[in-house]
Design a binder for this molecule. Structure first.
Ligand code: AMP
Ligand code: GLY
Length: 423
């Protein structure tokens, strides 16, 4: 069959590698893709938000399945448009992608259906938000309602910071229209775990757990990024945590969406915080995590196209997911200065090595092919993943492999997976 993948980051490269491993695939297209994806797919210069062009392309090539990777086209309704054109598509429709697209929506849903999460208030009016913050307990968390590349969350330790935060989100509109509304949330403490799942509208199948490292610098310092590295499974995701989440969070979320007339088909990513009072939902995403996909998908033994078909056809109850016992660690190689400003266009050396080594992956995020060869083309450039018998072994392997590639202004965190030692 012919598969089109929409997106062009490390997540989409990981999806493409899984699809390429399917017995059922004949041809992969990717819009727009990148220099890594290009090695296993035909990349076409169509952006993920160019809906008309994507629909036209999928029709012209008689694509059998389109997989939408990133949040923006999902929230914007690309799945609806493809389906309206009679094209088979994997991902939530617009009315379900709102689970990620609006924090106010997801918080209200959790409250209505008693899904454990932090206490919160929603504001449309900055004056009312400021009045509320005069007496709110500190620290306090401010969140722009809409999509903001994972950057629309401010943790404020003082009243001054909170006032400044309201200004940033609601008045200066640093995150654009995402800040027309704002959620003010209770601050929680604990370990964070990412749990990805496949959902067919009624049944949910959980993938293996993972942990991201969102801050730019070692020791979880510096600015929030899209994610600097991941490991899977998380040793903190115990059987007890799993049982609690199955009882109170996973199926409850799927049932809540169905009850609201917004059946969810696709990937739900649960961002969880393991607090002293038990697991709480920090956020939902309506897609694979990036770089969570880069450690979870290489461990999944199922044929991904079988799982996707079951999601689309509503037969996920007849299928079990199987994960490799080996652990995986992904270290992101970024450009110095990310997530603020950074330079692009530096040649990348050493990529060939990955073709020869079993158990190692080099997922491309921001790369481009030019006459000079493959060059850097983004803040996050590559995601180097390695497997290992234990998390410690996978981490050692990932850092060894991170040394095989080089480019000017290469930057990585040195402490990805350090938390493993505390488990
Ligand atoms: P989100 O995009 O909602 O996942 O938020 C980004 C990051 O902010 C999370 O990964 C947490 O580290 C942090 N965060 C979000 N909400 C809270 C909260 N209520 N309490 C503490 N930290 C939070
Ligand atoms: N790694 C976090 C995310 O994809 O949102």
């Amino acid at each position: 069959m012919k598969v089109l993948i929409v997106g062009g980051g490390g997540r989409e490269h990981a999806i493409a590698v899984s699809v390429a491993g399917s017995k059922r695939v004949d041809k992969i297209y990717c819009a727009p893709g990148n220099a890594g994806i290009e090695q296993i797919a035909e990349c076409v210069p169509i952006g993920a938000m160019e809906f008309d062009k994507i629909v036209a392309f999928a029709r012209e090539k008689a694509v059998d399945l389109t997989i939408v990777g990133p949040d923006d086209p999902l929230a914007g309704g690309l799945v609806d448009e493809l389906e309206a054109a009679g094209l088979r598509t994997f991902g939530p429709r617009k009315n379900a992608a709102i689970l990620e697209g609006s924090k106010a929506f997801s918080k209200d849903l959790m409250k209505k259906y008693h899904i454990p999460t932090a206490a919160y208030e929603t504001f449309d009016d900055p004056e009312k938000a400021l009045a509320y913050l005069e007496t709110a307990k500190l620290p306090v968390v401010l969140k722009a309602d809409g999509l903001a590349l994972g950057k629309g969350v401010l943790i404020c330790n003082t009243r001054e910071e909170a006032e400044e935060g309201v200004k940033t989100i609601m008045e200066d509109k640093k995150f654009g229209s995402a800040g027309n509304r704002m959620v003010v949330e209770e601050f929680m403490t604990g370990r964070e775990v990412s749990v990805l799942s496949f959902v067919d509208g009624k049944t949910i199948r959980i993938m293996s757990s993972a942990q991201d490292h969102k801050r730019a610098l070692d020791g979880n310092q510096g600015l929030n990024t899209g994610g600097m590295g991941t490991f899977s499974p998380s040793p903190f995701y115990t059987d007890e945590v799993d049982a609690f989440c199955r009882e109170h969070i996973y199926q409850a979320t799927v049932d809540a969406m169905a009850a609201e007339g917004r059946p969810f088909k696709g990937i739900i990513f649960f961002g969880l915080m393991l607090t002293e009072d038990g697991p709480r939902v920090l956020e939902y995403n309506a897609r694979f995590g990036d770089p969570e996909a880069q450690v979870v998908l290489p461990r999944m033994k199922n044929d991904i196209l079988d799982v996707i078909d079951a999601c689309i056809d509503g037969t996920l109850d007849q299928l079990e997911l199987v994960f490799d016992d080996q652990a995986a660690v992904c270290v992101v190689l970024a450009s110095d200065g990310y997530p603020l400003s950074y330079e692009k266009g530096f040649p990348i050396r050493g990529l060939e090595r990955f073709e020869k080594e079993e158990g190692y992956y080099c997922f491309h995020a921001g790369t481009k092919r030019t006459e000079k060869g493959i060059v850097t083309n983004g803040g996050r450039v590559l995601g180097v993943t390695a497997l290992g018998k234990t998390l410690q072994e996978a981490r050692a392997n990932a850092y060894t492999a991170a040394g095989w590639v080089d480019f000017d202004h290469k930057y990585m965190r040195r402490d990805i997976g350090k938390a493993i030692d505390e488990a």
